[in-house]
Design a protein around this ligand. Structure first.
Ligand code: GLN
Length: 159
């Protein structure tokens, strides 16, 4: 199984490092066609959206998401999923406070150490969305069918 990491902008390198030989960079629709799963990394969602539109990738990504293949979206990737309707959630960008740019915290179950970097806050989850992890009662890891979205950076946390 090959996992593609959308490599237009942002933190795709850390995902590729975590994936090792199983990971490949994806920049085109043709490359997307070669992978079995996809990571939408963190970064700057406004820049990523512009590059997706400019590169004509929006439709190919949409098809990939609808195909049911696994998608992991972190941070800016989660923002894109909300924006494009790939996850039925509403997010507020940079909502964990400007003065606290980055922080680490244990999730409410006490089992995951989470790394947040100018993270979006999930303000609403739709009916079909499962909440997999929370921080102080707020959802930080969610799943809808094949799409999993994280406010934090699993690729940077301890395993
Ligand atoms: N603040 C970024 C945005 O709004 C997301 C930050 C991140 O991906 N770590 O797109």
């Amino acid at each position: 199984m090959t996992t593609g990491v959308l490599a237009l902008q942002g933190g795709f390198g850390a995902h590729l490092a975590a994936l090792g030989a199983a990971g490949v960079e994806v920049r085109t629709a043709a490359e997307l066609g070669q992978v079995d799963a996809l990571v939408l990394p963190g970064g700057e969602s406004t820049v990523q959206a512009r590059l997706i539109e400019r590169g004509g990738l929006r439709q190919a990504l949409e098809q990939f998401v609808r195909s049911g293949k696994p998608v992991l979206a972190t941070c800016a990737g989660l923002i894109l999923c909300a924006r494009y309707g790939w996850l039925d959630v509403s997010v507020q960008r940079n909502a964990y406070g400007r003065q606290v740019d980055s922080f680490e915290a244990m999730d409410d179950s006490g089992t995951r150490r989470l790394v947040f970097i100018r993270a979006p806050r999930i303000e609403r989850v739709g009916g079909g969305v499962e909440v997999l992890a929370t921080l102080k009662g707020e959802p930080v890891l969610v799943r809808q069918r094949n799409v999993t979205g994280a406010c934090f950076h699993p690729e940077l946390g301890s395993p």
